[in-house]
Design a protein around this ligand. Sequence first.
Ligand code: ADP
Ligand code: GLC
Length: 487
Amino acid sequence: MGLELVLTLEGKPIFSAMEVVHVSAECYPVAKAGGLGDVVGALPKYQNKAGITAKVVMPMYRTSFLYTSNWVVDYKAKAFMGAWEFEYTIIKEATGKLGFDLYLVDIHGLLDRQKIYGYPDDVERFTAFQIAVVHWMSHWNHRPSVVHCHDYHAGLIPFMMQHCYDYQNLKEVPTVLTIHNAQYQGWMGWHQSELIPRWDLSKKGLLDWGNCINPLAAAIKCASKITTVSPSYMRELMQHANGLESLFASEKNKCVGILNGIDHDVWNPATDTNIEVVYTVNTVMEGKQKNKEKICSQYGLDASLPLFVFIGRLVGEKAADVLPAAMDKAIQTYGARASYMILGSGDPAVEMALSKVAARYNHIFRVYIGYNEILSHGLYASADFLLMPSRVEPCGLNQLYAMRYGTVPMVRSTGGLQDTVVDMGDKEGYGIRFTHANEKDIVDSIGRAIDVYDNKTHLLWMRQFMMQINHSWDQTVESYTRVYKSI
Ligand code: ADP
Ligand code: GLC
């Protein structure tokens, strides 16, 4: 069982803080590729506010946060990955400015690169990262209460803590796996098993899924509790989980869906320094219009029309491949009755197809290929509608940010989108929901949106209603605390 930090007064315990170590590949503002970064940047902060000692450990990439922050060396040691002995250094952010203790693992030549993912040696990179984390924790002079792993990049950790001979002092520490995305599982060939430090070979079955080492599957088998980032996604995984359906079904008793929150310190139209004009529930109509005028003048669009935006990774899960034809069809159908803008990057074929459509309808449709955090804030603030036709959406943060900024979400009914958006045709509905990730459903939904845009009384009601929905982290923190206590 994990020990808790206990403060004593004259030998009697006065306060016992639960200590949770989050292990993740991303954490905003240190390094972010998507929603995983947002969640790991916010959850520990709000856990600390709730009295839990939450820390984050992640790889040290070469991101601007590294160069603009102060660091102290916390620990330095050597460990083995297969026959390779490597040195790692744990550095700690010195000021506590993020609201939690942040530790970075520096493995020279392996982790210290510009990008988070996408290298041919990612298996070695994330395996070495996990070895360093477990090695480091096994040298602490106390045990954490819980090790909380996020996605497959931290998926080998529960196995290593339980079945690697060198880390047996962590064997009894409870672990939680949060699945943000089960599409990616970190598959390794069995020839790579030697990368994992000396382990109990009789436990081979815990690593294996479909004749591969599957870090996500291993974590599902070994972690004390599994969470997904929305209740609907949990149910969907029993049916569609990229090959892991039967595993989810057999482990369902230790699985629970917990909806993400959003960080109101970062995503707040009343205080956001990344937007042209700040606004509140009472000034939403003028505020959004002014932001729209700024963005539209920058990108050559007509600010008197409803503005539709898509923000996200241009990949199949987000149904980005459908967007070029859907945009084309929408523009042919509704002509110059709306403006459209896409911010994203991903599949080069989709990037190219979108750019081609945008070139044909320059004053109606603009595409920004790339990652731009500031522009994303500007778009949430200025857009009237946010399109999310996702095929798979474990939670989705974009629709939550959109609502907070009074932007009507247009979503396919799946995963977290289904859990957070109510169609405007239903009682107290404020969004647009559709069933299929196809051209027809998208174009029809844009038609519904254009109609509601003309009804300013209804639009104002929806905007004000959405902005007041509470998606803060408080309830989510409570749900995680219940999970920790249960183990
Ligand atoms: P996912 O994690 O699957 O990509 P989420 O909806 O959970 O989806 O989170 C996406 C996050 O990444 C949001 O904060 C969104 O604003 C941001 N984002 C995605 N693409 C871009 C981009 N091209 N530029 C800026 N921010 C982006
Ligand atoms: C993943 C999912 C997304 C979720 C995010 C944060 O990237 O694709 O739906 O919101 O993680 O949990």
